[in-house]
Design a protein around this ligand. Structure first.
Ligand SMILES: [Zn+2]
Length: 477
């Protein structure tokens, strides 16, 4: 019998606000250099402390929700989720169970070249716990992360294979980065994923019992979890067993998961409205200010590059991976009116130089004006600069800035296209090498390159090789 798997995801993303969710401590988006430096009595849950909601967190959350095409709930509120775990000294988390800030959205992406849309059930705001560090046989506590704001994005159970999940997560990462809502770096713990999976025979209308595998922290681990959980459930079903609804923990060193908790529901957490915080009533003004911060979706840019600019799929993917890069590319195209060449200069030359540089990590840090790169492309298009030499000019611009035309002239790189002058050189070369001319005409056509090389040399490498080729062909017959 053939079984189909159905997957739903819960993604936690750290919101990139300046300060934490309920106090004015710095929100260390990346790892702080030292433990317990971004802390205060509020985020350490000292007795009597009261949280105060950070409006920036609400604004960024709202932008994130709108970027996923969600409906905005003008009224939302926080609920207290009670549970004991050593990473939460107050024994509760402040979250939004009943009235999340946004819901009913969708994320569009390309899966194997096809446009697909995946439904978002809702997104709510909640606080992160502190961090436990297990070392020297002891457990240490770091509060830097305590009350850092998170978005929890919950999808409908809409995925049926790994590729769909991966493309969706990559798209989500791009969306939140483009909108400046989250850096969504999995390695830095800014994005974590819970994987809900169930299997059912192809003919079944409803899927069977699902399991939830918690806190999967890398794309490759998500891939492994889906594989592992599908096969584990299949084995149980095929040997006549039943799947327990349970929470499982993934061990990425052992590539296996273990049962952590059996069936749980909202009752177990004794949710109730958070008494220390007022509900959120969004004004029309606040919503329209957030709406004004929306940016073009990375997928729309990608489709535009494919359909209008006719770029290759890989190039379109690279150029839309990061908003600064797509902005740079589009700026360059507006100057050169040549999307293909602009793309190849960015992807094959500029990004390679940036990758090797220790100082510059992104196109937004470049020392030279974009107009200079556009000028280099123009010189190549006009045959005034060979594409081989153009790389040298870009390297010089990259290292020391300056003016493309000046660099070309100072280094004698300008190609000579004056056919009269080049013809005189060709005549001289032919006159200087009568034996080779005889060989060429008699039996050795392979010697043609020799004449081109001699002509280039005689022109001090400034003649246009295309013109030399044409002239030599004409004269040698
Ligand atoms: Zn604090």
């Amino acid at each position: 019998m053939k079984y189909v798997k159905t997957i739903g995801l819960e993604i936690h993303m750290r919101i990139k606000s300046e300060t934490k969710m309920f106090c004015s401590c710095k929100n260390a988006v990346a790892l702080a250099p030292e433990a317990n430096i971004n802390v205060c009595p509020i985020c350490m849950w000292f007795p009597g402390m009261l949280p105060a909601l950070n409006a920036e967190v609400v604004r960024l959350g709202l932008i994130g929700g709108m970027m996923m095409n969600c409906e905005v709930n003008k009224y939302s509120r926080f609920d207290r989720k009670t549970y004991f775990y050593p990473d939460s000294p107050n024994s509760y988390q402040i979250t939004q169970l009943y009235d999340p800030i946004v819901w009913l959205g969708s994320v569009k992406t390309l899966v194997n070249g096809e446009t697909r849309e995946f439904r978002i059930h809702h997104m709510h705001l909640e606080n992160d716990a502190w961090k436990l560090i297990h070392t020297w046989g002891k457990t240490l506590c770091d509060f830097n992360r305590a009350w850092s704001p998170l978005m929890e994005i919950v999808t409908d159970p809409v995925f049926h294979d790994k590729e769909e999940v991966m493309e969706f997560l990559r798209e989500l990462q791009k969306i939140m980065r483009a909108a400046g809502v989250s850096d969504a770096d999995m390695e830095k713990g800014q994005m974590r994923c819970d994987v809900n999976l169930s299997i059912a025979p192809e003919w079944a209308k409803e899927w069977w019992m699902r399991t939830e595998t918690k806190n999967v922290n890398s794309f490759s681990a998500i891939w492994r979890v889906i594989d592992h959980e599908y096969k584990r459930q299949l084995k149980i079903i095929e040997s006549g067993g039943e799947i327990d609804q349970e929470t499982r923990g993934w061990d990425d060193e052992k590539w296996t998961s273990t049962s952590q908790r059996s069936k749980e529901d909202a009752m177990d957490y004794r949710y109730f409205p958070e008494p220390d915080l007022l509900p959120i009533n969004l004004t029309d003004e606040f919503i329209s200010e957030a709406r004004a911060c929306l940016v073009e979706l990375p997928i729309d840019r990608r489709l535009r590059y494919l359909n209008e600019y006719k770029l290759w799929d890989d190039d379109a993917r690279i150029l839309t991976a990061d908003k600064a890069l797509s902005d740079y590319f589009e700026g360059l195209v507006s100057l050169t009116k040549d999307p293909k060449r602009s793309c190849s200069y960015i992807t094959t030359i500029l990004l390679a130089i940036i990758k090797e540089s220790e100082e510059i990590n992104s196109v937004s840090e470049l020392k030279f004006d974009m107009k200079q790169l556009a000028r280099v492309i123009e010189l190549v298009n006009w045959d005034e600069l060979s594409s081989t030499n153009s790389k040298q000019v870009i390297e010089e611009l990259f290292n020391n800035g300056g003016d493309a035309d000046l660099i070309v002239d100072e280094n004698n790189l300008r190609q000579k296209n004056d056919t009269w002058a080049l013809e005189a050189i060709v005549d001289e070369v032919i006159a200087n090498f009568p034996n080779q001319v005889e060989d060429y005409k008699g039996w050795n056509e392979n010697i043609f390159g020799f004449f081109v090389w001699q002509s280039m040399k005689a022109s001090k490498w400034q003649g246009n090789p295309k013109i030399f080729n044409e002239l030599l062909k004409k004269k040698l017959g």
